[in-house]
Design a protein around this ligand. Sequence first.
Ligand code: WAQ
Ligand code: MG
Length: 265
Amino acid sequence: MESTILYSIRMRAEHLALHVSGAEDIVPAQGLKAAASSYINRALNHAPEKIVITIEKLETEPIRLKLLPLVTCNVKTVRAAHSAVRVLLNTLNICDEAVDTAFGVIFNDRTVAGAYLIDANSGKVLLTNNSEALVRVSRFGLLNSITEELQHYLYTHGLTHYRVKEALLLASKVCSSDVVAAELCVSDDHEYTTGYVASKKYGYVRLPDIKEPCNPQGGRVIFLKHEASVNSIIKYFEKTPVLFDTISEMKGVMDLDEITGSCNS
Ligand code: WAQ
Ligand code: MG
């Protein structure tokens, strides 16, 4: 693997000038065709007017990282899921104002194509050059030799949707930064009602029923421990290539207090 030339391959598709599908990976040259073809198939499910595939040779070796452990929190209603979000975020030292700001930017009718950065202590949406610091997390992929193993673990827990794998990778890159307290995600897909709270401490915690079906609202928020390094953290999220080469524990369904309790030692 040492001297293999690697490429970042990214797809985005648009329908009525809105982003409707996206995907990305880091692969060697011989993996590009298969990746491009699967991305085109995926994009075609969204009746796109435009599909953009970008392929770029990586100029630096990707950092090798471990995926977050995964667990599904036992919540049965939207109300219970939202309360679990608050408990998880509060135990990660994210203040109630920050949780309120996050719910406000996620559950509204404005669709954006990136994640908001919110200060965990003040609850303020962070700004760069006087505009909201929306960040598009990019340049991450899964080492080919562990792709099947990860698929196997996910399938064992009934997690067959491609969204799970991709969100786990994205969240694992986000939480690898020491200035990140947590990430909160709600899909903007009408029918996809599972979201997550990810953090170094609790891993990737899936929350089924984070919204009602037929709700097109959604979004992502990254909570930062302190404001100082917004520009460098954006650069890390957007540009630094990260390749995941190790899988962490994949657990089944657990109660919230087991999840928080098991890590509170
Ligand atoms: N970087 C930053 N923000 C993004 C990115 C990105 N690369 N891609 C999407 N977003 C933001 C954007 O605001 C979307 O509106 C929002 O996230 C949701 O994106 O069962 O499907 O692609 O474990 O709809 C998570 C749960 C599914 C999976 C996430 O998100 C599971 C999902 P979506
Ligand atoms: Mg979506």
